[in-house]
Design a protein around this ligand. Structure first.
Ligand SMILES: Nc1ncnc2c1ncn2[C@@H]1O[C@H](COP(=O)(O)OP(=O)(O)OP(=O)(O)O)[C@@H](O)[C@H]1O
Ligand SMILES: [Mg+2]
Length: 356
C-alpha cells in the first residue's frame, strides 16, 4: 500500500488553506488600493462564520507587507468593547507602530527630530473616560485636562502618517479581526473616535488604511457610530466558494501531491458542503486520511466515516459543526442539502454495509 504524505487540508480557524478558492477578485481590488498610498482606502471584510474572512485578511496583510506597508494587527474579543480597554488597545497599537518606525534607518538618518517629537507626543497620550484614564506611558503623562480618544488618536496617527512618508514604509495599516465585538456606547467615543481620527488623517493625504473584519453586525455597528462610515469603506462580503473554484479547493491540493478525486465524489462533496470553505477542508481531510488509493472514489466517502479513527474525526467534526451555533447561523448561506443529514445517511449506509 502506498504511503501518502500527510493531509494537505486545513480545517480550522484562520488557517491558510492549501488552495485559496474564489478570492482573486477581492485580492485584486485591495492590491490596487495598496499600490496607491496617496489615496488611502479602507476595507471591511464581512460574512458568516467559517466563510474564510480571517484567511483572506491574513492574505491581504501579506500583500500589504509585500508592498511595503507597516501592518499592526490585532484580534479583538468581547472585553475589548469596554471603552477603556478599546482606548488602551488603540493607544498600544499606535505605540507599536511607532516602535517599528523608530527602527527605520532612513528615519533615523533623515528625520530624527520628527521621530523624537512623535515619541514624546505618543508617549504622553492619556485618554480619560470620566474618572478613569489610560496612558501609553504613565511616566510621560501630559499635564492638564485629559482628552478624548478621538483627539489623541488623530494627533498620534497624524505623526505616524508623516513619519511613514519619510521612512521606507508606504504607510500604516491597522488590521483588526473579530471587530464586530466593538460597539459604541453612548457618551464614550470608541468606534466613532477611530473613524473620525482615520478620516481626518486620510483627508490630509496621509497614508493610513483600516482593514477591518468581522461578522455581519460590524456593518451596523460602524454605521451607527458614524453615518459616513458607509462611504469610508469598501466592503467585501464573503460567501461560499462558487463553481468551479469550490471544486478546485478540494481537488487541487490532492493533485499536487499525486492523488486525484473521482468526479462522483467531488459532486457529492460539493452538494454536501454547498461550497462552504470550512466543510471543503473537513471533507478533504477526512477523505485523504480515510482512503488509500491514488484515486479517491465515491466508495471512500462512507468508508472514511466508518469504524476507523478517520470516522471518529469526521463524525465528531461534522456533528459538532452542525450542532453549533455557527452552523445554524450559516445554514441560510448553504444549499438545502445538509451535511449532517448526509453524515447520518453515510453512517447508516456504512453500518448497514458492515453488518454481517
Ligand atoms: N478561500 C478559501 N478556499 C478554501 N478554503 C478556505 C478558504 N477560506 C477559508 N478556508 C478554510 O475555511 C476555514 C475557515 O476559515 P476562516 O477561519 O478564515 O473563516 P472565518 O470567516 O474567519 O470564520 P470566523 O467567522 O469563525 O472567524 C479554514 O479551515 C480555512 O482553511
Ligand atoms: Mg475569523
Amino acid at each position: 500500500m502506498q504511503a501518502w504524505p500527510p493531509s494537505p487540508y486545513r480545517p480550522g480557524n484562520g488557517i491558510d488553506p492549501p488552495y485559496l478558492g474564489d478570492r482573486e477578485e477581492q485580492i485584486e481590488a485591495v492590491r490596487a488600493f495598496l499600490k496607491d498610498a496617496r489615496n488611502p482606502r479602507n476595507v471591511l471584510i464581512t460574512g458568516l462564520r467559517g466563510v474564510g474572512k480571517t484567511v483572506l485578511l491574513n492574505h491581504l496583510q501579506g500583500e500589504a507587507e509585500g508592498l511595503g506597508w507597516l501592518v499592526i494587527d490585532r484580534e479583538f474579543s468581547e472585553p475589548d468593547a469596554e471603552p477603556l480597554a478599546f482606548a488602551n488597545a488603540l493607544l498600544t497599537d499606535v505605540n507599536r507602530a511607532l516602535r517599528r518606525l523608530s527602527l527605520s534607518t532612513r528615519l533615523k538618518e533623515r528625520a530624527a527630530n520628527l521621530l523624537q517629537a512623535a515619541i514624546e507626543v505618543v508617549g504622553a497620550l492619556t485618554v480619560s473616560y470620566g474618572e478613569f484614564k489610560v496612558s501609553v506611558d504613565t511616566k510621560r503623562r501630559r499635564p492638564g485636562p485629559h482628552r478624548r480618544l478621538d483627539d489623541d488618536l488623530k494627533e498620534a496617527l497624524t505623526h505616524i502618517g508623516e513619519l511613514c512618508k519619510k521612512s521606507e514604509y508606504r504607510g500604516l495599516v491597522l488590521r483588526y479581526d473579530e471587530f464586530h465585538v466593538i460597539r459604541e456606547r453612548p457618551g464614550s467615543p470608541t468606534l466613532s473616535a477611530l473613524l473620525s481620527a482615520t478620516s481626518a488623517v486620510q483627508q490630509h493625504g496621509l497614508p493610513l488604511m483600516l482593514m477591518l473584519c468581522g461578522l455581519p453586525p460590524v456593518v451596523d455597528n460602524l454605521a451607527r457610530s458614524k453615518s459616513y462610515s458607509e462611504r469610508m469603506f469598501t466592503t467585501l462580503v464573503l460567501g461560499n466558494l462558487r463553481p468551479p473554484e469550490d471544486r478546485a479547493a478540494l481537488v487541487d491540493p490532492a493533485t499536487r501531491l499525486g492523488r486525484r478525486f473521482g468526479d462522483e465524489v467531488v459532486d457529492e462533496v460539493m452538494i454536501d458542503s454547498g461550497g462552504y470553505p470550512f466543510f471543503i477542508q473537513v471533507y478533504g481531510d477526512a477523505l485523504w486520511n480515510g482512503s488509500h488509493g491514488e484515486t479517491i472514489q465515491i466508495a471512500d466517502l462512507p468508508r472514511s466515516t466508518r469504524g476507523s479513527s478517520g470516522r471518529d474525526t469526521f463524525a465528531r467534526r461534522l456533528t459538532s459543526a452542525s450542532s453549533c451555533a455557527t452552523w445554524r447561523r450559516s445554514a441560510k448561506a448553504r444549499r438545502s442539502s445538509s451535511c449532517s443529514r448526509r453524515l447520518a445517511g453515510a453512517t447508516t449506509r456504512s453500518s448497514r454495509r458492515s453488518a454481517p
